[in-house]
Design a protein around this ligand. Sequence first.
Ligand code: ACO
Length: 429
Amino acid sequence: MDEKVKMIIEGQTHEFPVITGTENEKGIDISKLRGQTSYITLDNGFGNTGSCTSGITFLDGEKGILRYRGIPIEQIAEKSSFVEASYLLIYGELPHQDELDKFALSFTKQAPLHPDMLGFFEGYPTAGHPMALLSAMVCSLAGYYPELLKPEPSEEEVKFTSAQLLSKVRTISAYTYKTSIGESFIPPRDDLRYISNFLNMMFSTKEKEYKIDETVVSALRALLILHADHEQNCSTSTVRLVGSSWANLFASISAGVCALWGPLHGGANQKVVEMLEQIQVDGGNIQKFIDKAKDPDDHYRLMGFGHRVYKNFDPRATIIKQKAHDLFDKMGIHDPLLDIAVKLEEAVLKDDYFAERKLYPNVDFYSGLIYKAIGIPTVMFPVMFAIGRMPGWIAHWKEMRENPASKIGRPRQIYTGHTERDYVPMEGR
Ligand code: ACO
């Protein structure tokens, strides 16, 4: 029997269908509420509102589960490549070898930027934030490649555009970094794979070729995969909302980059490193910072702890912690910030304040340390997040556009301003 929920509004009973997901998640479908009544729902921060149904990513915050297209994140992070994980997210299935080869080849072919785009970088202030340049350049791809903007692109054309974007965003990011440090661009190479190609464009110079280290590649691969999708977060919801007006892929994703830029979303990894540095400069007194975070009269928070959805552990944090240790061990790096991070985590996990509030290390707690060890400056951390999140954004844009039931996103409001009043001429004010 179809499940229903009854709502009594002004003495009248209204019934609404219950939608059940494949993991038995339940939602009340109130799409007819406004039609049947004059009411709407109000949900600050959308904590209880589903904006869509989606078959891309499942997460269960209570159990610490994250799966892409049904496959646990732990398996993908261990066994897959970023290009294969992107294919899985965007097309729904793991590719056969020929499909993966074709997809990877189109990445290689699409890596160079239109020559006219290079002047854009030259005109940008070197101290400008890289996320502003990234979002501008992603949106500008629409101007440089207008042939990709067909109103109803075929499946092959969408595939091509997705590969184009995934590939070019890596080149744009590396060139953005080079612009910020005043170095010449190092063009993409056909003989290098996705991550090695990126590292080469970032760290090689005209004079000296960067030596690619497989440990670094492996750590970066895991980070990109772990950031690849996280269902309806702020930036992904932005991509879907912008795309719901049938705005093109580049415009929609450029908006997602801007949403990610905010410190409450993609900027937390930078804040973690800054916090660890602050503890170090202060003499390493971890307890002092824990006490500060626990003080109800102090707004200070321990960065990299807590999550809106994960309330037991963040499965991504567990993998990233291991990757950080592997990287530091294999590269023989001794970063005192890692020691502080380990001690801070241990102390927090023993503390009742954090246990009662279910505050555990999140994905950002160790990721910044890895980026730092690789040589990526903190201002570029959100850009790294954006490269990783790209396949998720594309997958959601595609899923939304392919769903014939999708509608333009247009929330309502409860108006709290003035009731009607007359215009007062200037002399009477
Ligand atoms: N340090 C100390 N106390 C904290 C922390 C923290 N990091 N996080 C939450 N709390 C406390 C709050 O003060 C509150 O305590 P109270 O009940 O005594 O008032 C309680 O825990 C619940 O906090 P909320 O803010 O209601 O939790 P919410 O789910 O809204 O916030 C968030 C989640 C924003 C991630 C929060 O935990 C936080 O600010 N963490 C630090 C920033 C961070 O690491 N962000 C990255 C998140 S992962 C990502 O976005 C990729």
